[in-house]
Design a protein around this ligand. Structure first.
Ligand SMILES: [Zn+2]
Length: 281
């Protein structure tokens, strides 16, 4: 008796192919890396990062590329299948010939969005070269968005730096912060906002805004690779960082004039309804 064999088999084949597609998707692990220059190994002076002295600036960018390479290697070891590395430094900091294989690199300004290509398909957010928020006593090159404007931001009453700003935008897509590297103050800030599940790797320890205890690049590179591999294993424990909309926002800032320097302290207060417009406030 036939029992409608072919139909049974094709239903079964459909179920198997659906299962295989699900397994392939589950094995897919896309990581979004946001970078900044101030928190890279060996960077501790504004002369290295803003209107940089050509030689100091070029070296600082090489240091960042080495940190990125170490992290990309660790993420790959830990099972990342696709990695997008985004140049988040205002004047851009990538050095193409130093790009580690196994990732794609987004750089150049202006571009339609600072968070190009970020969406819910990413499994985790990594922030490399991060610095603490403006006003952090031991934060190397600490600032929030503008080091000259002395900007400070509060969202729903909580003062937030660039780490939280970036994670809140990723959180809008349900993408959790899984790793942060920078100075010790940035790592402390990451743990305070994202919890201990987010892996932190300190590559220097601040003594003042432009003074730090540095560690050998061989050591920071090893720690970054090891930390990135560990971050891949703890993805499932990391929770997205979410801000409740609408956000009650406050900003303190000074207009900076290259000739007369910083102006008086100004305050702006308002509401943010769209998470993707967070940085436009
Ligand atoms: Zn920054």
């Amino acid at each position: 008796m036939s029992l409608g064999g072919p139909t049974t088999r094709s239903a079964c084949a459909l179920a198997v192919s659906a299962l295989l597609a699900w397994a392939a998707q589950a094995a897919e692990s896309r990581i979004y890396i946001m970078t900044d220059l101030e928190g890279a190994s060996g960077v501790y002076r504004f002369a290295q990062t803003r209107d940089p002295d050509p030689e100091l600036g070029a070296k600082a960018k090489e240091y960042l590329m080495a940190d990125i390479a170490a992290v990309v290697r660790g993420l790959r070891k830990g099972g990342a299948t696709d990695i997008l590395v985004v140049d988040g430094h205002g004047s851009q900091a990538f050095v193409p010939h130093l790009m580690e294989p196994g990732a794609r690199y987004l750089t150049g300004i202006p571009r339609p969005s600072s968070f190009g290509d970020l969406d819910a398909s990413y499994a985790g957010l990594v922030q490399i070269g991060a610095h603490a928020m403006m006003g952090t006593a031991d934060g190397v090159l600490c600032h929030t968005q503008s080091s000259r404007g002395e900007n400070r931001y509060w969202y729903n009453g909580i003062e937030s730096g660039e780490l939280a700003q970036c994670a809140a935008i990723a959180g809008h897509f349900g993408v959790p912060p899984i790793m942060v590297s920078g100075d010790e103050a940035a790592c402390r800030e990451a743990t305070r906002f994202f919890g201990p599940e987010c892996v932190t790797v300190s590559v220097k320890k601040g003594v003042a805004r432009e003074a730090a205890i540095l560690y050998s690049f061989a050591e920071t590179s090893r720690a970054l690779t090891e930390g990135a591999e560990r971050a891949m294993r703890s993805i499932d424990k990391c929770k997205p960082y979410r801000l409740q909309l609408p956000i009650r926002a406050k900003k303190e800032y000074r207009n900076y004039d290259p000739h007369s320097g910083p102006g008086p302290l100004l305050t702006k207060e308002g509401t943010i309804d769209d998470m993707l417009k967070l940085l436009e406030f």
